[in-house]
Design a binder for this molecule. Structure first.
Ligand code: AMP
Length: 368
């Protein structure tokens, strides 16, 4: 999360996705305009980054120019478009490509289009990096767009909030929710389930344990349960696609939630990416990963002990237990790094009395 002036923004579109969209867009321009010697007109200030990325990829003769015409003040479109400045070239008879950073209602592009048309260009093409097709209400055809986005206020990659944010290399959206979303992390037997039960009461959060949802489905012999059982019995991970779909459905069952405790999810990088996307679609994000750190031998001992009463076949067999711990180190532990990069990883000593451990976790959570 970042703060610009008084507002918080959360990650929305990764740079890699933007770059891929520009690659595609530039490919089309290269095909369509190879013999045209087009004049690319960048609409300042927002289009500067997009403009240079497109031009770097354009392989034929072309010229460039910039104009200015702003319609945004704050986070709401003002519906008032200022005058066009900066176009000194004679554009009559030329093929023009207008490069915009974003088109939403289309007010700006409409004024621009009419102005250029009056200057007798032979062809005017419109290209925009971001396109809010939902709110676009003009007739002018948008010839090329990079990424369609819902009606959100975004910053980064040239776009600003009152002057700030233009230099960000990925796009952020205005944070729309105050959810607290915790990933409770740690190897099997670390005490995630026990602590989640306490923490959900204390912080009024919804607890989702993917392991519990799978076990519920196994008990009720659902299709999902049958599918998951073979993996769970061996201590392996259920495939990402199945797990992610299930998790998304569980989250969507709680539209009013103040936040979630994710227990046993994510366990792979694909799951972590997908959780980020899901929360971003709600204008939120993972607040923190809180990890319970416990030695392996303590884990095995605890799980064997739990197996005497839990009724879980994967707790009853030491081989399966050791495999679950191995799978954790091979496939899941990398997520520590994933959240550390975002400065969201907090490790907590997971050995001691339940209340003591809750206190340690609370010290971290109270910061959010
Ligand atoms: P747990 O109750 O978290 O120990 O999970 C028990 C078993 O459910 C795991 O050993 C996996 O087979 C499966 N499982 C739970 N969560 C996930 C997940 N996020 N991804 C894949 N498999 C999972």
């Amino acid at each position: 999360m970042i703060k610009l002036h008084d507002l918080h923004f959360v990650p929305f579109i990764a740079e890699s996705k933007i770059t891929a969209a520009i690659d595609d867009l530039a490919k089309q321009l290269n095909q369509d305009l190879k013999d045209e010697n087009p004049l690319f007109i960048g609409v300042l200030n927002g289009a500067f980054m997009f403009f240079s990325e497109v031009l770097k990829r354009f392989n034929h003769d072309c010229e460039v120019s910039f104009i200015k015409l702003s319609s945004y003040q704050g986070t709401q479109s003002t519906h008032q478009v200022n005058e066009l400045i900066g176009l000194n070239e004679d554009v009559s008879g030329r093929t023009i490509v207008v490069l915009e950073d974003i088109i939403d209602t289309g007010n700006t592009i409409e004024v621009l289009y009419e102005t250029l048309k009056n200057k007798e260009c032979s062809d005017i093409k419109i290209a925009t990096l971001f396109f809010k097709s939902e709110v676009y209400n003009k007739q002018i055809h948008i010839d090329y767009f990079g990424i369609e986005i819902p009606n959100r206020f975004i910053v980064g990659y040239g776009l600003d909030y009152n002057g700030l944010g233009r230099n960000l290399t990925e796009v952020y959206q205005l944070k729309r929710s105050n959810m607290t979303n915790l990933v409770l992390f740690g190897p099997p037997g670390a005490g995630k389930g026990t602590q989640a039960e306490v923490l959900k009461q204390k912080y009024n959060l919804i607890h989702i344990s993917t392991g519990d949802v799978f076990r519920y489905n196994i008990k009720n012999a659902t299709e999902l349960g049958t599918l998951a059982k073979s993996y769970i019995d061996k201590g392996q991970l259920v495939p990402d696609e199945v797990t992610i779909n299930m998790l998304n459905a569980e989250v969507d069952k709680n539209p009013e939630a103040k936040g979630f405790i994710f227990d046993g999810f994510p366990r792979t990088e694909a799951q972590a990416d997908s959780l980020g996307d899901l929360l971003a679609s709600k204008g939120s994000e993972v607040s923190a990963m809180v990890a319970l750190e416990v030695d392996d031998e303590v884990l095995v001992e605890r799980l064997l002990e739990r197996g005497k009463t839990s009724g879980r076949p994967d707790d009853a067999d030491e081989g399966v237990i050791r495999n679950r711990i191995k799978v954790y180190y091979d496939e899941t532990a990398i997520l520590k790094n994933y959240y550390q990069k975002e400065e969201k990883y907090f490790g907590v000593d997971g050995v001691g009395a339940i209340g003591e451990i809750t206190d340690r976790l609370s010290q971290v959570i109270d910061k959010f």
